[in-house]
Design a protein around this ligand. Structure first.
Ligand SMILES: *[C@@H]1O[C@H](CO)[C@@H](O)[C@H](O)[C@H]1NC(C)=O
Ligand SMILES: *[C@@H]1O[C@H](CO)[C@@H](O)[C@H](O)[C@H]1NC(C)=O
Ligand SMILES: *[C@@H]1O[C@H](CO)[C@@H](O)[C@H](O)[C@H]1NC(C)=O
Length: 427
C-alpha cells in the first residue's frame, strides 16, 4: 500500500515536471508602481529626499524586483537575452522623477553592469586626494570612501545603457498618464474635488480612523471633526511613507485601524475614475502592451517562435493610480485588495506549449496559449476564464489566451478611443 502511494506520487511528480517543462514564456506585460517615497502632501521631517521623491529604500525595492525578474525571465525562461536587446524590451514611465528613478533601479537589477566595478586602491587614493578627481565641485567636502565608490560610471564597469521612454508633454499618445485621455482626467479632477464622491467610504472609515489620526497628528477636536476625505488621504500617505522608512510611529494602530488606514488609499485612487473615465483610460493603458503581445502570439503561431529580435517584455512604470484603476477594471474574481503598496505589480504572462502549437490544427492552436495574471504575486482569476474552462470540463483557474482576451473585451471601450478621450467631461 505504502509502496503504491509512493509510486503514484513519483509518477504524478514526473507528469507535473513534464507539464512545466513544456511551457514556454512568450510575452510579459508588467505594470509596476514606483518604490517607497517621501510623503507627497506633508513636509514631514526625517526624510533625506524632498516630498514625493523616491527614497533609497524605494530604489532598493525596485532593484530587487528587477533582480527577481532577471531570475524568472532571463535565467529560468530565457524570455529575453542575458544582456539588453532593444528589440525585446520596452519600458515606458510617467514623466515623474520617482517613476523614472524607479525604472532605472529595476533595470540595474534586470541588466546589471557587465563587469564587477574594480577600482584599485591607488585609484581610490588618487580620487580622495583630489588628484584623480574630475573637475566638479563636491557639495559635501567630508565625503567618505563610499562616495568615491559611487563614482563608478566608467566604461570599464560595463553599465548597460537602456532608454526609459516617457512623454515630456503628455499628449494623446501617452497611454500611461491619465492626462493622455482628457475625458478621464477631467472626470477625475472634478470627482476628486467633490466631497460627495467619498461620502459612502468616509462613513465607514472615518469612525475607525478619526481618533487615531487626531492623536497621531495632534489635532484639536474641532480639527478632527472637520477632516475631509482628502485630509485623511494626506495623513494616510504620510503614515505609510514613514512606516516604510522605519521611522518611529506616531501612533500604534490596531489591526482594524491599520486596515482602514490603508483602505483610504484605495478609495482615494479609484473613486474619481469610477465609470467611463476608468473604462477609457484602462483601455488605453492596455492597448499597446496587448498589441505587442498579439504580435508575439502571431509570431509563435506562424512558426517564428525562435526569432530573438522581437518584442517580448513590456513594462509600464507608473503609480498607484494606474495600478489601482487597472485592477478594478479587469475585475478579477474574488480578489480582495486593501491598497496599492509601493512596488506593486500587475503581471500578464503569455505561456505556450511549443509542441501543442506545432501539432494543433488551426482551430485548436489557440488553446496552446495561456495567460497567467497576478497582482503582487497573488494569482488573479477571471470569471470568463473559469466559466469557459468549466464548460470544457476543466477545473483550471488559468485563462487560455482566447478567454483572457474575451474577458478583457467585456470591459474595454469598443468605439473610437482617441476621439472619446478628447471629449470634455461635462459632469
Ligand atoms: C469638503 O469638506 C471640507 C471639510 O469637511 C470642507 O472644508 C471643504 O470646503 C469641502 N469642499 C467642498 C468643495 O465642498
Ligand atoms: C508596441 O509598443 C510600442 C511602444 O509603445 C508601440 O509604439 C506600438 O504601437 C505597439 N505595437 C502594437 C501593435 O500595439
Ligand atoms: C482551460 O481550458 C482549456 C481547454 O479545455 C485547457 O486547454 C486549459 O488547460 C485549461 N486551463 C488552462 C491551463 O488554461
Amino acid at each position: 500500500m505504502k509502496k503504491n502511494t509512493c509510486t503514484l506520487l513519483v509518477a504524478s511528480m514526473l507528469l507535473f515536471g513534464m507539464a512545466i517543462a513544456e511551457q514556454k514564456l512568450g510575452f510579459v506585460i508588467e505594470f509596476v508602481r514606483h518604490g517607497a517615497r517621501a510623503p507627497i502632501y506633508s513636509n514631514a521631517g526625517n526624510f533625506l529626499v524632498p516630498p514625493g521623491c523616491l527614497t533609497a529604500q524605494g530604489m532598493r525595492q525596485r532593484y530587487l524586483l528587477g533582480k527577481m525578474n532577471r531570475q524568472r525571465y532571463i535565467d529560468e525562461y530565457k524570455l529575453v537575452d542575458d544582456t539588453y536587446n532593444p528589440s525585446q524590451m520596452y519600458i515606458q514611465s510617467t514623466n515623474v522623477l520617482r517613476t523614472i528613478q524607479s525604472s532605472y533601479s529595476e533595470l540595474i537589477g534586470l541588466y546589471p553592469p557587465l563587469k564587477q566595478p574594480s577600482m584599485s586602491q591607488g585609484e581610490k587614493i588618487s580620487l580622495k586626494s583630489g588628484k584623480g578627481m574630475p573637475k566638479i565641485k563636491i557639495s559635501n567636502a567630508n565625503s567618505n570612501q563610499n562616495d568615491i565608490d559611487a563614482l563608478k560610471d566608467d566604461p570599464s564597469v560595463g553599465y548597460q545603457y537602456i532608454p526609459v521612454f516617457n512623454y515630456v508633454n503628455t499628449d494623446a499618445n501617452d497611454d500611461v498618464s491619465s492626462q493622455g485621455c482628457d475625458y478621464a482626467q477631467q472626470q477625475a479632477n472634478q470627482r476628486g474635488k467633490d466631497n460627495s464622491t467619498y461620502y459612502g467610504v468616509k462613513d465607514f472609515i472615518f469612525p475607525i480612523i478619526r481618533k487615531p489620526f487626531q492623536q497621531a497628528f495632534k489635532l484639536t477636536d474641532k480639527q478632527a471633526y472637520a477632516l475631509s476625505f482628502s485630509n485623511l488621504n494626506d495623513m494616510e500617505d504620510t503614515t505609510l511613507a514613514e512606516n516604510m522608512e522605519g521611522l518611529p510611529p506616531r501612533f500604534i494602530y490596531s489591526e482594524d485601524q491599520w486596515y482602514a488606514l490603508r483602505n483610504i488609499q484605495k478609495y482615494n485612487l479609484i473613486s474619481p475614475f469610477e465609470g467611463k473615465a476608468r473604462q477609457l483610460w484602462a483601455t488605453k493603458m492596455l492597448q499597446k502592451p496587448l498589441g505587442n503581445m498579439t504580435n508575439r502570439f502571431n509570431e509563435i503561431i506562424n512558426g517564428k517562435e525562435d526569432i530573438r529580435d522581437s518584442m517580448r517584455y513590456f513594462i509600464h512604470s507608473s503609480h498607484d493610480t494606474q495600478l489601482a484603476n487597472l485592477l478594478e477594471f479587469i475585475n478579477p474574481d474574488k480578489h480582495e485588495w486593501i491598497d496599492m503598496t509601493y512596488d506593486s505589480t500587475i503581471l500578464f504572462e503569455l505561456f505556450y506549449d511549443s509542441d501543442c502549437v506545432k501539432t494543433a490544427t488551426k482551430d485548436q492552436d489557440l488553446n496552446c496559449f495561456t495567460v497567467h495574471s497576478s497582482h503582487s504575486g497573488t494569482p488573479l482569476k477571471f470569471d470568463t476564464c473559469l466559466d469557459a474552462n468549466k464548460s470544457r470540463g476543466s477545473k483550471s483557474k488559468v485563462c487560455t489566451y482566447r478567454d483572457f482576451l474575451t474577458h478583457l473585451a467585456k470591459y474595454q471601450f469598443q468605439g473610437d478611443l482617441q476621439s472619446e478621450c478628447q471629449k470634455p467631461y461635462l459632469g
